[in-house]
Design a binder for this molecule. Structure first.
Ligand SMILES: [Zn+2]
Length: 130
């Protein structure tokens, strides 16, 4: 079934070379495919050139898509990094909350300890403002 095909690096069953199988019908690598074609019809130069051009165009498009995807991944990583560092609580407010929550002010209460621990973790995640 063509719709379940996943493009992936594949070992050519003819020569053992690894090639990128980007279509279900491509069972063998391009050099083997061209060699077979040439063997069948030695005068089919036009077809071979066409196949090469098409293959090169496909590879270039794949490289462009890969580049775009890598850029997207980088941008998302930066976004994630920034999101992880932000609590949405201003540093001054965070400081005030830590003071107010401190277990010493609440008879060593477990709830105060839990809240303080959490607030301290938020403070430590804040980006360094130099
Ligand atoms: Zn091959």
């Amino acid at each position: 079934m063509a719709d379940t095909f996943t493009p992936q690096p594949t070992k050519c069953p003819e020569c053992g070379a690894e090639f990128y199988r980007d279509a279900a019908w491509k069972r063998i690598c391009l050099p083997c495919y061209l060699a077979k074609k040439r063997a069948r019809n030695p005068n089919a130069r036009g077809d071979i050139c066409e196949a090469l051009y098409a293959e090169r165009a496909r590879r270039r498009k794949a490289e462009r898509d890969l580049g775009a995807a890598q850029t997207r991944v980088l941008l998302l990583e930066v976004e994630l990094h920034n999101a992880r560092r932000q609590t949405g609580i201003e540093p001054q407010m965070l400081k005030r909350l830590i003071q107010l929550c401190h277990p010493d002010r609440h008879g060593g209460s477990r709830a105060a300890q839990t809240a303080t621990d959490w607030l301290l973790r938020q403070r430590d995640r804040e980006p360094c403002h130099s």
